[in-house]
Design a protein around this ligand. Structure first.
Ligand SMILES: Nc1ncnc2c1ncn2[C@@H]1O[C@H](COP(=O)(O)OP(=O)(O)O)[C@@H](O)[C@H]1O
Ligand SMILES: [Mg+2]
Length: 271
């Protein structure tokens, strides 16, 4: 719902719990009573030990997994304080594994979602070309995934999300598999991109630096079953620059987040 006078304001997660049932194993409680809000136009980073339910939370928000308990609500406002619950805004996800189709070119991989939605060829190619330009891959439209480096594949993945013009972009450890330099470069590109587009972004990452550098807020989760340990604001101005990592505010926040995560990571290694 985005009828006249209403504007998407936030995704509100309320009392969300999820238990995976398996045939031969005891059930896994992935999330326990998670309540959190993702405000529109902001980047919210999520950090937490491996296996604490971060990807599950994204799947639930995308409607791909139905939570055992609790609610995902999409909130809309009319500018004068009234909030209503409405349908999901346009959403896209960039998953960690790039999931590119090896037999399709960069152009056809990026245009795939639009093709599925039935958009005519000329229109979807124009939109895909814009997205390819946004991730600085112009000139590689006719390459196949096998001809690209890891960083380039990841950018194709990002373009595939952007091309859908989502209101909300979910990124699940988008740079996890890349070398440190490529990762830094893509973090800079992504920060420019989100700053110029004003999109709502939910970024799952295992890098505390990345969570701070890209985020307006950082949600720290506990070891499984994942709960919210803290939601912290990032007190850095935009546009972000890499040298902000040297500022005391950055270091203080890093220390605070690491302090919260340290014990959780230790626990997650035991279970
Ligand atoms: N389809 C599934 N069936 C059973 N267990 C699952 C399934 N998906 C995830 N899990 C389990 O749920 C927990 C949370 O997984 P996940 O959300 O992928 O964690 P994260 O993304 O934080 O690493 C893990 O213990 C994982 O093994
Ligand atoms: Mg995950």
């Amino acid at each position: 719902m985005s009828s006249l006078g209403t504007r998407f304001e936030a995704i509100s997660i309320e009392g969300l719990s999820h238990r995976f049932l398996s045939r031969n194993k005891p059930p896994t409680t992935a999330l326990a009573d998670v309540s959190v809000r993702f405000p529109s136009g902001k980047v919210t980073s999520i950090v937490g030990p491996s296996g604490c339910g971060k990807s599950t939370l994204l799947l639930i928000m995308r409607g791909l997994v139905k939570a055992t308990d609790g609610q995902v609500r999409f909130l809309y406002g009319n500018g004068s304080g009234d909030v209503t619950v409405g349908d999901a805004p346009r959403m896209a996800t960039v998953w960690q594994a790039f999931n590119l189709l090896p037999w399709r070119t960069v152009m056809d991989n990026v245009a795939f979602g639009l093709e599925l939605s039935g958009m005519p060829t000329a229109e979807r190619r124009a939109k895909a070309a814009d997205a390819i330009r946004a991730v600085e891959l112009s000139g590689f439209e006719n390459h196949y995934p096998g001809q690209l480096s890891g960083g380039m594949k990841q950018r194709v993945g990002l373009a595939r999300g952007l091309v859908m013009s989502p209101d909300v972009l979910f990124l699940d450890e988008p740079f996890g598999a890349l070398d440190a330099q490529t990762r830094l470069y893509l973090q800079e590109q992504l920060s420019t991109l989100v700053e110029s587009s004003g999109k709502t972004v939910v970024l799952v990452t295992h890098s505390i630096e990345e969570a701070i550098f890209l985020g307006d807020h950082v949600i720290v989760m506990t070891a499984r079953p994942g709960r919210v340990a803290a939601t912290l604001d990032v007190p850095l101005p935009r546009p972000r620059t890499l040298d902000m990592q040297k500022e005391p505010a950055f270091g203080d926040l890093f220390t605070e987040i690491y302090g919260l995560l340290r014990e959780e990571v230790r626990k997650s290694m035991l279970n």
